[in-house]
Design a protein around this ligand. Structure first.
Ligand SMILES: Cc1ncc(COP(=O)(O)O)c(C=O)c1O
Ligand SMILES: [Zn+2]
Length: 410
């Protein structure tokens, strides 16, 4: 392992790799993980990476664990969006994260978080999640022989709850009324009281899983023949995906694997956009106001307080990027567009990035000649409720050609 130290993002407290530590003693910040890049660059080359098994573990020198829990995570396709590129006169690539083992990108961070739990010898893992991270934790814990407990909000999509049940997690659905996220409070309380291993997908409670997000950028760089795109569109909830992706690109540049890094665009729903608001107001990284009462169909992006918002805000600014919010209607429109024009069915949280891209292109914030990667982060079947509430369900017909043809109107 090439971890040098862990440093609290808020108070600067330092820890070392062999300590069994998840947060700083004040529980106030994320333990940022620093690696010995000189030693890594002595051993890790682009050739070596290319000759290894595909997936997130081919970058193991850049991950903070000696263990591996493998379900086929990562190695997702980067697909040229031919139809959308033509329509919008711009070069668009879709990083299709719906193909992960539990159908969302969360398998990247959670695989790393659970692998670290195996290294620590933990028996119970606990998470707070709108559904995807919990589903992923349940699957990887099942694989690793660890018990899992998941606190999810009452509005979590049925597909996600079904996953939790089937993977054998203890599922606790909590009523969420005000502005405080009850799932996080409960996770924190039981983790501290019973010494359970916290594995949400935000850094302040588990710094190891945060690192798994980096692998999405490593893959994109490899898939673009060791270059980076001009822009990358990232949907934001807690901000871990965005901040981790940025760290991944920066590390690859530091190791001289790629010449440049992309600009980052953060996308949030209008019904919960604390990071976008903070960016537009020019706030400092530790001065992000929580959203009052979140309300959006993109339930995966409904964190009123972006736990990794400090790192995410810094990443957007360092990259020369931007932040944009989109309405639920724009998200639903993009969901349809992606399915009908490119054949990828994603959940609302997973296509907010596309809605954001369309808005930025229309506004002229992105140049027409640019190469853009859009992260499509979660599969459509997870949120069937959203579809069924809006779609017209076809009637049941007599199996008669005339009846069928008159119905089809073709
Ligand atoms: C499908 C999907 N996309 C994007 C995100 C946002 O990721 P993050 O919370 O790391 O910002 C989530 C978070 O739950 C998600 O479920
Ligand atoms: Zn601290």
């Amino acid at each position: 392992m090439y971890v040098e130290k862990l440093v609290c993002s808020r108070c600067g407290e330092v820890h070392y790799p062999d300590e069994k530590v998840f947060f700083c003693s004040r529980i106030d910040g994320r333990l940022d993980i620093y690696y010995d890049y000189d030693s890594i660059s002595d051993v890790l080359t682009r050739d070596l990476i290319e000759n290894r098994k595909k997936g997130i573990w081919r970058y193991k020198e850049l991950l903070p664990t000696r263990e591996e829990v493998y379900l086929g995570e990562g190695n997702t396709p980067l697909i040229k969006a031919r139809n959308l590129s033509e329509e919008l006169h711009i070069e668009i690539y879709l990083k299709d994260e719906t193909r992960n083992p539990t159908w969302s990108f969360k398998d990247r961070p959670i695989a790393v978080g659970v692998a670290k739990g195996v290294e620590f010898g933990v028996e119970v893992a606990v998470t707070a999640s709108s559904g995807n991270a919990a589903a992923s934790l349940a699957a990887f814990s099942a694989r690793a022989g660890i018990k899992s407990v998941a606190f999810v909000p009452h509005f979590s999509g049925l597909g996600k709850v079904a996953q939790l049940i089937m993977y054998g997690a203890k599922v606790v659905r909590l009523k969420w009324t005000g502005s405080e996220d009850p799932t996080v409070r409960m996770m924190k309380e039981v983790a501290l009281r019973y010494n359970w291993y916290p594995v949400p997908s935000f850094g302040p409670f588990n710094p190891y899983q945060f690192e798994g997000n980096k692998t999405i950028s490593y893959e994109i760089a490899e898939q673009l023949s060791w270059t980076s795109p001009d822009w990358i569109m990232i949907p934001v909830g807690g901000g871990g995906l965005l901040a981790g992706s940025w760290k991944g690109f920066k590390e690859f540049r530091e190791l001289d694997f790629i010449p440049d890094v992309p600009r980052i665009a953060a996308v949030q729903p209008e019904g919960n956009a604390p990071l976008v608001r903070a960016f537009k107001q020019g706030r400092g990284p530790f001065d992000i106001e929580p959203w009052g009462e979140p309300h959006t169909i993109a339930t995966g992006l409904e964190d009123p307080y972006p736990w990794d918002g400090d790192a995410a805000l810094t990443a957007i600014r360092e990259s020369g990027g931007t932040a944009v919010s989109v309405s639920d209607d724009e998200i639903l429109e993009s969901q349809k567009l992606l399915a009908r024009r490119e054949g990828i069915f994603a959940e609302p949280s997973g296509v907010a990035s596309l809605a954001g891209m369309i808005k930025l292109v229309k506004e002229g914030s992105i140049d027409r000649g640019d190469k853009i990667v859009v992260l499509i982060t979660g599969g459509g079947l997870k949120d069937m409720d959203v579809i069924l509430e809006r779609a017209e369900i076809p009637p049941v017909l007599e199996p008669d050609v005339n009846v069928v043809m008159s119905y089809l109107g073709l």
